[in-house]
Ligand binder design. Structure first.
Ligand code: SF4
Length: 481
């Protein structure tokens, strides 16, 4: 997928001044954050589960090849097929090949971020196959020709009236003056529009939240039931997923099923958890005649053994973006590629190169809320910091910024000089700030003062306060003796 990550600053400036988007993003704090907090609060062992999940994921990454081979052999045993794809091109062609072999004209699709990564809809359409998104959010976005702005709630950037207008325009055969003011009416209308598409589809494409190595099953965790219709009604089911989604056992699956919905939407469990293990058997009532799993690497294996490997542990719950002040201010489209928010800032440089995406690791305040809520304890801020170092090392930053950081590094390793200079600077800022009633302009901080005054420093510097505290402690220690 083409990216506009390097335009993050410009995208963010537009997003901040978009009142509709700002209204829609307000849902994150009141809705998803609050619901997660309530659900987590009711499960005392939540943190222990996070440790278990991190351990399982690290165990998988240490022996990823073995688990993938075990998964493949189980799929084959059950009559399915596995297609290995090193690149996005390989994955797209594998899906197209399967569709063309059965003469597919229409495919239905469940929600899948990997297929966004592949730009699969455009590719299929260019090859004469009509893709139909069946997840409600994705369906709305397909009608609007927009990309998802969140990995769990793809249309979170829209308000209800935006969706109503889209339906009036797209469902042109219906009465344009119909009442679409209630969410239930919108859902009902989408359901009607999609029903016949489910029955007409030749191939159903879904993603996979997990691949279970011991059983050869793919797992989808959903709330709408569209995924089940997508994978059981057509004669062919294609799962498009990535190498890191494999987990060893069903027992491990139960750990993730307790973490994922609580972290994502604050639910104890989602409405549907569906395991697919091969094509329809003789005594099955329903099911596809063919079952294919397309497994994409797409640059992920290069992370194995690296310092940033933990980013592969992500279970795509979206909690990091729901709690990120930057995502909450600018939304997902500003990030310019498939995965927004903190996980996007940590993962995107690995998948499309830091050269194209260095703006993203810098789109963080490093407040650490993403790390606190991540159900698999990915050190997202550490990973982003390493991408910033790589950006610096590869000289992707401006010469001015590099010189500034080098000067800072030189100064920071000379504590005496550092404290003297920062003390002097703080004193100067205090004098000027008091005289002018605030700091309206500062060298090296014009990005800040362009929009708001810099606060006038008050009291003693941090180092002076630390020295004072140490002195007081020493004095008290003498008195106690
Ligand atoms: S990084 Fe963690 S919090 Fe963010 S989507 Fe992945 S699992 Fe969820």
């Amino acid at each position: 997928m083409s990216s506009s990550c390097s335009s993050f600053k410009q995208n963010a400036a537009v997003a901040i001044h978009d009142p509709k988007l700002q209204g829609a993003l307000g849902k994150l704090g009141d809705g998803l954050q609050a619901r997660r907090a309530a659900a987590v609060g009711q499960l005392p062992e939540f943190d222990a589960l996070r440790n278990d999940a991190q351990r399982i994921k690290r165990q998988v990454m240490a022996d990823l090849d073995c688990y993938l081979e075990q998964f493949e052999s189980k799929v084959l045993e059950q009559g399915g097929q596995v297609h290995w794809a090193s690149t996005a091109d390989d994955a797209r062609n594998a899906v197209l090949d399967i569709c063309q072999k059965v003469g597919a004209k229409t495919v239905t699709k469940g929600k899948s971020m990997v297929t966004e990564e592949l730009e699969l809809n455009n590719f299929l359409a260019d090859n004469g196959i009509e893709p139909v998104e069946t997840d409600l959010g994705e369906y709305i976005l397909q009608l609007r020709k927009e990309a998802p702005s969140h990995i769990v709630v793809p249309a979170v950037h829209l308000q209800q009236d935006d969706i109503a207008k889209t339906f009036v325009k797209s469902h042109a055969q219906l009465d344009p003056s119909r009442d679409l003011t209630e969410p239930e009416r919108l859902v009902g209308e989408a359901r009607e529009a999609l029903r016949e598409r489910f029955f007409a589809a030749d191939v159903g494409i879904t993603g996979a939240n997990y691949m279970v190595a011991e059983t050869g099953s793919t797992v989808i965790v959903t709330n709408e039931g569209n995924g089940d219709l997508t994978q059981t009604l057509p004669k062919v089911h294609v799962v498009v997923t990535t190498i890191e989604r494999v987990i060893p056992t069903l027992e491990d699956l139960s750990t993730f099923l307790r973490l994922l919905p609580r972290s994502a939407t604050g639910q104890e469990a989602t409405a549907y958890v569906t395991l697919s293990s091969g094509p329809k058997r003789e005594d099955d009532w329903h099911g596809p005649q063919e079952f294919h799993v397309v497994i994409l690497d797409g640059g992920r294996s290069e992370l194995l053994g690296s310092e940033n490997q933990d980013v592969l542990n992500c279970i795509r719950c979206g909690a990091c973006m729901n709690h990120c002040p930057v995502y909450g201010a600018v939304g997902g489209h500003a990030y310019g590629w498939v995965y927004p928010g903190p996980i996007g800032s940590a993962l995107t440089p690995a998948l499309i190169g830091v050269e194209k995406s260095s703006a993203l690791p810098n789109a963080s305040t490093f407040c650490g809320r993403c790390v606190e809520v991540c159900p698999v304890k990915i050190p997202l801020t550490d990973i982003m910091r390493r991408w910033r170092v790589e950006e610096q090392t590869k000289k992707l930053t401006s010469p001015f910024q590099r010189a500034g950081l080098s000067a800072w590094a030189w100064l920071a390793t000379r504590p005496g000089l550092y404290q003297a200079l920062t003390g002097l600077t703080a004193w100067g800022m205090k004098v000027v700030g008091r005289r002018r009633g605030g700091l309206t302009r500062l060298p090296f901080a014009s990005g800040w003062t362009q929009y708001r005054n810099f606060p006038t420093p008050e009291g003693k510097t941090f180092h002076a306060q630390m020295k004072q505290k140490a002195k007081t402690k020493a004095n008290l220690g003498v008195r106690y003796e």
